[in-house]
Design a protein around this ligand. Structure first.
Ligand code: PMP
Length: 424
């Protein structure tokens, strides 16, 4: 079987009929070399500096490095570099060492984990014992869902939910509804009414590719009408949306309404890990039944930095304010240049281009200009919906964002990618 590299996407290499794993890896490697030659392989670029608005990246050919304006980090408030956050992680390592040494169920559950879980309960106004932490946001979704939903149940998911949700619902029944589409959701809820034991609607607070917000109040009303539970993954809402960055649930004043809140420590909370908030009995069920908590060692003491990041949301609201100044500056600049930024309501700013090849070209031109963005192609988005995706940080300067705007203006001069041309 011959794959046409000019039209291929990573999806085409997932499984190839009659190819052994080695043959698949070999043809995949050839594809990577093809992309590298065309200058479109801007994945796994090697950063020499830490997370931040500027990043030093190793040249692809291995010769030296260069500084870029970075739009690829979800460290929205810049807390990975905040001295108080760092100090808390360092102090916890001094006190507890560098690792937890066991899964939480059998010896790896420490006071710094408990303190973090208690803080998360307070952050979401839930009773003590309602939170459980995981090693990543990915496994908070995938590992919890795998034990929550079985073959008698059904997951009803917005088609744009994160990959980790899809992984978690493989053992149960599933229905997908069109993104944020209430009619389609209701159609499915009516259809599945009597059959299933537990019906769980799963949505994101902010969607990771378009940056738009879930229609939570309407979805909640439908869930109650048809006897379904709701899980909201607010990975991209926390720190960005709502008073003191308490996320989409705070924005809609619905913190006490949804059945499950999940999220990550890898974005605003500037660390690694994730969480599930529900109620104390479900949390303790997950402590024993969710396989990660039994079979995988838990977070290292460095995770204690999250407690300071949570405190800073209230103590230093200026970061959230600065983030919004930056989001508005970049968004309005792009719109003025005629670009289509879609329906974003968050720190995720997509520039919709459509054609995958053209999108990769824009990514390359921007890199040449010293601007690091993510070209997002199929299968992450549909084939006709390729875009450049950027994440804005509170610590970007206006000059850095202006450089990004100039980069897009330059790309448009070369490739004519802006959708709306203003005449004056
Ligand atoms: N949920 C959403 C909506 C995400 O965008 C991501 C990661 N980008 C995750 C979960 C996974 O989080 P983590 O990086 O902590 O695994």
């Amino acid at each position: 079987m011959k794959i046409d590299f000019t039209k291929a996407s990573f999806k085409d290499f997932e499984n190839i009929k009659d190819f052994s794993v080695q043959q698949r890896a070999d043809v995949h490697y050839e594809f990577l070399q093809y992309m590298k030659k065309s200058g479109h392989l801007n994945y796994r670029l090697l950063g020499n500096s830490g997370c931040g608005p500027l990043i030093d990246i190793q040249n692809v050919d291995g010769t030296g490095s260069r500084e870029y304006v970075s739009l690829v980090s979800n460290d929205y408030l810049g807390f990975t570099q905040h001295p108080k956050v760092k100090a808390t992680s360092i102090a916890a390592i001094e006190q507890y060492g560098t690792g937890a040494g066991a899964s939480p169920l059998i010896g790896g559950y420490y006071s710094y984990h408990k303190e973090l879980e208690d803080m998360l309960c307070r952050f979401f106004d839930r009773e003590p014992g309602s939170a459980i932490i995981y090693n990543t946001g990915y496994t908070a979704n995938s590992s919890s869902l795998m034990s929550l939903l079985q073959k008698e149940d059904i997951a009803i998911v917005d088609m744009a939910v994160h990959a980790s949700v899809y992984e978690g619902i493989q053992l149960t029944n599933t229905k997908r509804f069109l993104h944020n589409n209430l009619e389609d959701l209701e159609r499915i809820l009516k259809m599945v009414q009597p059959q299933y034991r537990t019906k769980l609607i799963i949505i994101d607070g902010i969607y990771s590719q378009d940056g738009d917000m879930a229609k939570l109040p309407e979805i909640y009303a439908l869930a109650r009408q048809y006897g379904a539970l709701i899980m909201v993954d607010d990975a991209h809402g926390i720190g960005v949306i709502g008073e003191a960055g308490k996320g989409v649930l705070q924005h809609f004043d619905m913190k006490d309404k949804v059945d499950f809140i999940t999220g990550t420590f890898s974005k605003t909370f500037a660390n690694i890990g994730g969480f599930v908030i529900s109620n104390p009995n479900i949390s303790s069920f997950l402590q024993y039944q969710s396989r990660q908590n039994a079979f995988s060692a838990t977070s290292s003491p460095a995770v204690a930095g999250v407690t300071t990041a949570i405190r800073l949301l209230e103590e230093e609201p200026e970061w959230q304010a600065k983030l919004w100044e930056n989001i508005n500056h970049l968004k309005s600049g792009l719109v003025d240049l005629g670009f289509d930024v879609g329906t974003t309501q968050s720190a995720i700013v997509p520039v919709k281009i459509g054609d995958p090849h053209m999108t990769s070209e824009v990514g390359k031109i921007l890199l040449d200009q010293g601007i690091y963005t993510n070209p997002i192609l199929y299968p992450a988005v549909s084939k006709k919906d390729a875009r450049i995706r950027m994440s804005v940080m509170a610590t970007h300067t206006k000059e850095q964002l202006d450089k990004v705007l100039e980069g897009f203006e330059f790309s448009d001069k070369k490739l004519h990618i802006a959708k709306i041309k203003y005449k004056n």
